[in-house]
Design a protein. Structure first.
Length: 510
């Protein structure tokens, strides 16, 4: 049969269940450990100076190897890479749960990051090459987008429940059934379209430059949080990242089979998606951090209550993604979903700048969470789809990796940048109000809340910028047209006139 035949995998919806389960495991793992960290630190005798490495080890390995993982998915085959990633992630999680000391725990977290970097781009690219019909693609990406957007908040809930009622080790062990079920489902159900691999030789210089550059960038933001933005190690890491990534771009423009074909990121719409998603995640990751501390320390919530407090945001994300984004994606241009979605999320964030010691959850935090969830769900859904919409099948893995890279780097930036702003505002407020304070404890809490509010103002601005970028750069038409030959912007590319004739990945027979 020809490559662009109308063959459709009858088991594609079953495959979606296992792809979505794997994505949920990877996304929630970015936050599930946060709530368990104080207990793990006490149990294993981890110092305050070293505890950040439980988070950083995962972020460095995951963020640094994502492009490499995406390329391996294109080279080895997405199903094989997906399955290897799941099995490896389960083994790493078992090691983390059984950790007898801090070295073993941090090593397990790094190993989770390595296999997560294989798993995440393979999952998204499998989705991209499995669902090519416009309405089905919208529905599938609606589900996937809801998980990508809400998984972090699910991690907070699950982490709170497991830590409070069992112990911190179960925040690792819980990944094992997720991974085993998803791997078994992948082997039995998932069918990768034939002819969609990229058999070109691996671009080793590109792998080394991209990995070292991304690791330097992510670690630079981590050091900025602890050492300061102008500290010599911080500046050195940022300078190294800039040089390495610049050389990487030059190398990719010269080699025959690049790790990251520049046609993937040079296309205007995909570039707009990567930039706006990265900015949106900056604001969201900072919010998770601040609101977790605010609810537990200022409001006195237990870990479980804190996790449940985020539940309306998850409901909003699922509703925005599946009921708004998925229903309108085939009829409305992506920017008319992404820009209003990010703007609504910014409005919800704006409400949270009004938090104080006596803020009511029901009258301020709840509506803010609902607005954030609806806005981000509506924006994430078409963004996740558009990021892989129209790429050549051989580039699907690396295009998917770029989505994850923008979110991972955005998360690292958000945590470091907004935490630094909050800490500075907290210190300034405490110093200026110390003389008239009646209680040092009240002053401490007031200073903390003031710092959170100051950082949230920055998050509002960042989300507004994400909306502007989405509206300006994402100019393609809706994704409800036919599926002509795919293009990544390279040779043989078919230009879109912006009126709904976007290019999709062709359906290929197995």
């Amino acid at each position: 049969m020809p490559e662009n035949s109308s063959y459709v995998d009858p088991r594609r919806w079953k495959a979606l269940i296992f792809i979505a389960l794997a994505q949920l495991m990877v996304v929630l793992d970015a936050t599930i450990v946060n709530i368990a960290l104080p207990s793990a630190q006490s149990d294993l005798g981890i110092s305050d100076a070293n505890r950040q490495w439980v988070i950083t080890a995962y972020a460095l390995a995951f963020g640094g190897l994502l492009l490499f993982g995406g390329r391996l998915a294109d080279l080895w085959g997405r199903k094989r890479t997906f399955t290897i990633g799941l099995i490896g992630f389960a083994i790493a999680s078992a090691l983390g749960g059984a950790a007898a000391n801090q070295g073993m725990l941090m090593g397990a977290r790094a190993l989770q990051g390595v296999f997560g970097a294989l798993l995440a781009p393979a999952a998204l690219s499998l989705l991209a090459v499995t669902f090519t019909e416009a309405k089905e693609r919208a529905k599938a990406f609606g589900i996937f987008g809801a998980i990508a957007g809400g998984g972090g908040a699910v991690g907070l809930i699950l982490g709170g429940v497991l830590t409070e009622y069992m112990n911190w080790r179960w925040t690792f062990f819980v990944n094992i059934p997720f991974a085993v079920i998803a791997a078994a489902g992948a082997i039995l159900v998932i069918r990768e379209p034939a002819g969609s691999r990229n058999p070109s030789r691996l671009d080793v210089p590109g792998v080394l430059l991209a990995t070292l550059g991304l690791v330097s960038l992510v670690y630079g933001f981590t050091r900025a949080e602890s050492d300061g933005w102008l500290a010599a190690p911080t500046l050195g890491l940022f300078a190294a990242a800039a040089v390495l990534l610049l050389v990487f771009v030059l190398v990719e423009s010269k080699v025959k089979a690049p790790l990251l074909p520049l046609r993937v990121v040079a296309e205007r719409n995909r570039a707009g998606v990567y930039a706006s998603l990265g900015l949106a995640v900056i604001g969201m990751f900072g919010l998770f951090l601040f609101l977790t501390y605010y609810l537990q320390i200022v409001k006195g919530y237990t870990p479980v209550m804190t996790g449940l407090a985020f539940l309306p945001m998850i409901v909003g994300m699922i509703t925005g993604s599946t009921q708004i984004g998925a229903r309108l994606m085939t009829r409305v241009r992506p920017r008319l979903l992404m820009a209003p979605g990010f703007t609504l999320a910014a409005a919800g964030m704006l409400l949270l700048t009004r938090i104080d010691l006596g803020t009511s959850y029901a009258t301020l935090i709840l509506p803010a969470f609902l607005m954030l969830g609806l806005g981000m769900g509506t924006a994430f859904m078409p963004a996740m789809s558009l990021a892989t919409h129209g790429v050549q099948p051989r580039d699907a893995g690396v295009a998917s990796a770029m989505v994850n890279t923008s979110q991972q780097v955005g998360g690292a930036i958000g945590t470091a940048l907004l935490n630094t702003i909050a800490a500075s505002a907290t210190t300034t407020y405490a110093a200026s109000h110390a003389a008239g304070a009646r209680s040092l404890e009240v002053l401490k809490l007031q200073s903390m809340v003031h710092g959170y509010a100051a950082a949230i103002w920055w998050a509002v601005g960042i989300l507004v910028l994400a909306a502007l970028i989405a509206f300006t750069f994402v100019t393609t038409g809706h994704q409800g047209g036919a599926s002509p030959a795919a293009s990544g912007g390279g040779e043989g590319a078919k230009e879109s006139d912006g009126e709904g004739d976007d290019l999709q990945i062709p359906v290929m027979v197995h």
